[in-house]
Design a protein. Sequence first.
Length: 241
Amino acid sequence: MIEAADLPASRVLVIDLETAPDPIALSRIPPRERSKTVSTALHRIGVVSMLEAEELANGRWRVSGIKSLVADDTVDELEILRRIDRALLPVANNGGILVTFNGRRHDAVAIRMRAAAHLAFGMTGIAALASMDHRDLMTDSIAGGGQWFKLRDVAAGLGIPVAHEVPNVGIGAVSRTARKGEVDVAVTFLLFLYDLAYRRSDAGPVLEGWRALGEYIRRAGPVGEHLAQFRRHPLGLDPND
């Protein structure tokens, strides 16, 4: 397995899912047997948000995209799974790393379950989930060690902004859940950078990775306020100035 300290020139894919109970699956469970908290096994995928980045050999970073796909009248769950599969393939084939927060217990489980529900067993990117390098930052980071923290709490502890209730004024995030997902993948990416810096005893990954995120947000304009909060480092540093 690739260690975080050995990641120069490596592809990084951050994924966050928003799921909700599947009415069809719930209909197969007698009401009296349903628990108050519906398990992920009975959920379907409503939104996927993904951030793609790469650390270059010179220590600089490139953020190439922050995108969301929402299940609606024009996009069904199977198309969301196809997009996830296409994003996972280069990670699996080129020695990249998948980054999530609680992804082992939630996101990866939901992806595999929903692909199986659609009989989509030929998706090789999704099939590689079990063997690819997957860093789940809930338990495998400086904030991990078996403590089941919330993402927003870890971010707040490190000074990373994490406001979800912001207007939709750009970058194509057309729904509240998509905006939340895009904020969460940005926060997870920054948390990954902090963890990488800790392992290397070097602030470079935080400063250079934050610079790349800010550059992407500026290029993507008009800048949505939900991502504009990540332009400036919490210590008051703007790596893009």
